[in-house]
Design a protein around this ligand. Structure first.
Ligand code: 5GP
Length: 118
């Protein structure tokens, strides 16, 4: 799938749509999910045009990947999730039900999340 710069996260990154921001650096923007699936549900979005993890892993430099995942860890820490735990999820493609086609990592926490799939 080709990257479409009209996707909702690209618009959020450009400031065209508001978000409840929790963290930003030169590699990533993190904000609360509009329809949370857990008491804490934050999305971390890299500042690079890529459709999904699969795309990101081929496009992004090793340095960018390192910095991006470091940002994910910083966000989880700043959200106070380190001690009790959290889950990170990223969906690639239709079988994973990906709905927004700009790579993003979900951080979920704030309660015991149970097993991976219901
Ligand atoms: P996916 O299904 O692609 O892994 O996750 C997309 C996520 O983006 C969903 O959890 C959905 O609730 C969230 N989302 C969709 N549109 C918006 C929006 O405009 N603002 C925010 N903050 N989250 C959104």
């Amino acid at each position: 799938m080709a990257y479409d710069s009209n996707n909702v996260f690209a618009k959020i990154l450009r400031g065209e749509i508001p978000c409840k921001k929790v963290y930003e650096d030169e590699f990533a923007l993190a904000f609360h999910d509009i329809a949370p699936d857990a008491p804490v549900h934050v999305l971390v979005v890299p500042k690079i045009d890529c459709v999904s993890f699969d795309d990101f892993s081929q496009i992004a430099s090793a340095e960018f990947m390192k910095e991006f995942f470091s940002s994910v860890q910083k966000v989880a820490k700043e959200l106070g999730l380190q001690e009790n735990g959290y889950r990170i999820i990223t969906n690639h493609g239709p079988d994973a039900s990906q709905t927004v086609h700009h790579f993003h990592v979900h951080i979920l926490g704030g309660k015991n999340l149970g097993r991976l799939l219901p």
